[in-house]
Design a protein around this ligand. Structure first.
Ligand SMILES: Nc1ncnc2c1ncn2[C@@H]1O[C@H](COP(=O)(O)OP(=O)(O)O)[C@@H](O)[C@H]1O
Ligand SMILES: [Mg+2]
Length: 459
């Protein structure tokens, strides 16, 4: 099998063991449709060579000095999304597998593997459909590469839409809503979504998504180059849903290193490459929160039926910057709603002085289990009553290309305004619930590898 143009599949081998590299290259030499185009002896060189050579498939060892195969795989998926990574390791244990899969690897071969297994797997990986991460990163690269004028007449938004999620009382569900909203938005055709952990001290979105970011916000800010959006992408971490995450600084004492001005500058730059940026702003009101609110296109304020949350919600809605927000910018969300507690959404709206725009019911087992498993509830618990309203919440964010571009046109300098607005995006169809229920649940992330592993072990 070759690619569509009939050219062979171009392969990069990354392994610190020269003999292994040579053996693999020699084996692949027998196949007319497989061509080894390069060999790298450590992860760092592998990332660089993948970027330069753009191979179709990368054969990646796991254990290597300097940068290991898992980190190299993660970086390749974010910087050279067309290169699909296959891991090779003598270790078949779960921890490795899990790490490799969450880094974006497409397959996993346990050494020693035989010739047929290798060639068959390379072809399979190459022919597979693009993963959500591959799609999201390609879309982000395409968006970042456009000039504003091109972006206007072309098909993608000039600037992504920023949605800030703020819960004026800790524990009202800010992080839960932010994660699931990001996942809901990433389901839109071609949308690439960035989730930002704005809880600079105790942010936990990485844990909620079972991701182990190697670059965190402080490092991203240090290496920030507004003219190099590709560098920025490498500093993010990708979830299997396609959502990209910019993780919080990781240690509470690092929070103060993030200056509001540079954070806003970073967001301004990132919105050139992402259709949607969802920011979990947590519960504290600081100068940074104020600046983000100013910048945001949608501001979701969370309350619950608890009196303290309502009191804080009312205070938040009275803050300068929030008070004067237009009705479509400000979304008042009532989370953990339980009819039995007597306070209706209407009563909540009357109390805080703004109508409730979204009601998410309480489903504690689903919410806690999803967080503890490191899987967004929207994907892991489709039967929860929270799912439908969470998807509907996404509808409050401008969705089709048309709306997003109109928004973007407002910020384009007059001279760069495109002559017409042409939308490529299909409107997102209302999912067929019956079909959704009947369809068997797709295994996501590393779990889909369990049968494969059992089979490999001969269980
Ligand atoms: N709709 C909901 N129903 C039940 N529990 C929820 C709901 N939303 C969030 N939770 C739970 O509430 C707790 C706090 O949520 P979290 O998202 O961490 O809040 P915050 O980020 O505002 O502190 C978590 O245990 C979470 O699982
Ligand atoms: Mg939180």
């Amino acid at each position: 099998m070759a690619d569509e143009s009939g050219s062979p599949i171009r392969i990069l081998i990354v392994d610190d063991n020269r003999i292994t590299r040579e053996n693999i290259a020699r084996l692949l030499d027998f196949e007319a449709d497989l061509q080894v185009i390069g060999e790298a002896e450590d992860g760092r060189e592998g990332v660089r060579m993948a970027h330069e050579l753009q191979p179709g498939v990368v054969l990646m060892d796991i254990n290597m000095p300097d940068m290991d195969g898992i980190e190299a795989c993660r970086q390749i998926c974010l910087s050279s999304p067309r290169s699909r990574v296959m891991m090779m390791s003598v270790q078949g244990d779960m921890e490795y597998l899990r790490g490799a899969m969450s880094a974006g690897a497409r397959e996993f071969l346990i050494k020693p593997f035989d010739y047929d297994e290798l060639t068959h797997t390379i072809r399979k990986v190459f022919a597979a459909d693009p993963s959500p991460v591959e799609r999201a990163v390609l879309a982000a690269q395409e968006m970042a590469a456009r000039t504003p004028a091109e972006a206007g007449v072309g098909h993608r938004v000039v600037q992504g839409i920023i949605v800030a999620v703020f819960g004026p009382k800790g524990g009202v569900g800010c992080s839960t809503i932010a994660v699931n909203l990001a996942v809901a938005l990433s389901d839109r055709p071609d949308a690439n979504v960035l989730l930002v952990d704005g809880n600079l001290d105790f942010g936990g979105l990485g844990v909620m998504l079972d991701l182990r970011p190697t670059h965190r916000m402080v490092e991203v800010l240090e290496r920030f180059d507004p003219d190099d959006p590709f560098l920025m992408q490498q500093l993010l971490v990708a979830h299997s849903s396609g959502v990209l995450l910019l993780a919080s600084p990781g240690k509470p004492e690092l929070a103060e290193l993030v200056q509001p001005g540079s954070f806003v500058e970073l967001l301004e730059s990132l919105r050139k490459a992402h259709d949607y940026i969802v920011i979990d702003m947590g519960s504290t009101w600081t100068e940074l929160t104020e600046r983000v609110v100013e910048l945001a296109d949608r501001m979701i304020i969370l309350v619950t039926q608890e009196v303290t949350a309502l009191k804080n919600g009312k205070l938040a809605l009275d803050l300068p910057g929030i008070k004067d927000s237009s009705p479509e910018k400000l979304v008042l969300l009532l989370n953990k709603y339980n009819r039995a507690w007597g306070i209706t959404p209407q009563a909540v709206g009357d109390f805080v002085g703004r109508p409730v725009a979204s009601v998410i019911p309480a489903d504690r087992p689903a919410a806690v289990l999803a967080a503890n498993r490191g899987e967004p509830l929207l994907l892991s618990t489709p039967g929860s009553g929270m799912v439908r309203p969470l998807r509907q919440l996404g509808d409050l964010v401008p969705g089709d290309g048309q709306a997003a571009r109109e928004h973007a046109l407002g910020v384009l300098p007059e001279a760069e305004r495109p002559p017409s607005i042409i939308s490529r995006r299909r409107p997102s169809p209302e999912p067929d619930r019956a079909e959704e229920k009947a369809a068997p649940r797709k295994r996501r992330g590393w779990r889909r590898w369990i049968p494969f592993l059992r089979w490999r072990r001969g269980d």
